[in-house]
Design a protein around this ligand. Structure first.
Ligand code: CP
Length: 311
């Protein structure tokens, strides 16, 4: 993957995903050391180009880069020449002229990372673009499931919520399907794209049916700031029908795990109890995000064949 862009899970082969997950598992050991730093990416420069707010993705890319000894530059749109009407492309080309080794891009508009990848010399990693894809979120979700269940192949994964507007759902649908899982999606009809089954998933409007036999239950964040009234009548009604609590979770397998990409609307997608306690693995997802992003940075910006050997 040296020098390649990572724009979406749709573009990856199963073997690419397996390689990234195996590399991430090796990276996890570094995070358990007292001194959490190796020289692997010393001399490399990573630019975090986030045009949309983020806590988990941005911080974990920064920590991942620093654990590998890369220099990490965090671009702040509000303090940049964007406020002087410089375009996104000119901003990215300007930073690219400083010779970074990877540019991480998040933008609210689908397709912006691809547009920049077409123009920049540095490889681009998509950190979430509109409702299109969020590939490193899906990869860290797959890593979490692999470690919890020992495998992905043959599992049943149920994704609950606003499938139509979720980049996390789209990337996870591609990823878990490529890895051999059965993927189900469930939510109010306006949240299910009409053609969603063409992606190889089974669509449900009954939460109970979607949960029966599930090994993994993933609740998506409801974008309250955007969708209330447009996609469901009220938060209370959504929570009553599709919000996950221990009573509804009984329909899934006894050892089912609960996931959420964050940030959680407590009492909406998940009960307070499930947000904080097993079988939810939300903070494991966050922790795995660092090792997973270390793997992505290493595989894209690491040592090319012929350079000094990797650790
Ligand atoms: N899951 C996720 O992308 O979270 P952030 O928006 O905090 O990065």
């Amino acid at each position: 993957m040296i020098g390649r862009d990572l724009l979406g899970i749709e573009d990856l082969e199963r073997s690419d995903i397996e390689r990234i997950l195996e590399t991430a598992e090796r990276m996890q050991e570094i995070g358990e050391r007292q001194v959490k730093k190796v020289p692997t990416l010393r001399g490399r420069t990573i630019v975090n180009l986030f045009f949309e707010p983020s806590t988990r993705t941005r911080a974990s890319f920064e920590i991942a880069g620093k654990r590998l000894s890369a220099d990490v530059v965090n671009f702040s749109p509000g303090a940049s020449s964007l406020s002087k009407a410089e375009s996104i492309l000119d901003t990215a080309l300007t930073l690219d002229a400083m010779d970074p080794d990877v540019v991480i891009v998040r933008h609210k508009v689908a397709g912006v990372p691809k547009r920049l990848a077409d123009s920049l010399r540095a490889p681009v990693v998509n950190a979430g673009d509109g409702a299109h894809e969020h590939p490193t979120q899906a990869l860290l979700d797959m890593l979490t499931v692999k470690q919890e269940k020992g495998r992905i192949d043959g599992l049943t994964v149920t994704i609950i919520g606003d499938i139509a507007h979720s980049r996390v759902a789209r990337s996870n649908i591609y990823g878990f399907s490529k890895m051999g899982a059965e993927v189900r999606v469930v939510g109010p009809p306006p949240m299910l794209p009409a053609d969603v089954e063409s992606l190889g998933v089974k669509a449900y409007i009954s939460l109970r049916e979607a949960l029966e036999g599930a090994d993994v239950v993933m609740a998506l964040r409801i974008q309250l700031e955007r969708v209330q009234g447009a996609l469901f009548p009220s938060i209370r009604e959504y929570a009553a029908t599709f919000g996950l609590d221990r009573a509804k979770l009984r329909y899934a397998k006894d050892d089912a795990i609960v996931m959420h990409p964050g940030p959680v609307n407590r009492g909406v997608e998940l009960s307070h109890d499930l947000a904080d306690h097993r079988p939810s693995v939300i903070l494991d997802q966050v922790r795995n995000g660092v090792a997973l992003r270390m793997a992505v940075l290493y595989l894209i910006a690491g040592l090319a064949p012929g350079e000094e050997s990797a650790p």
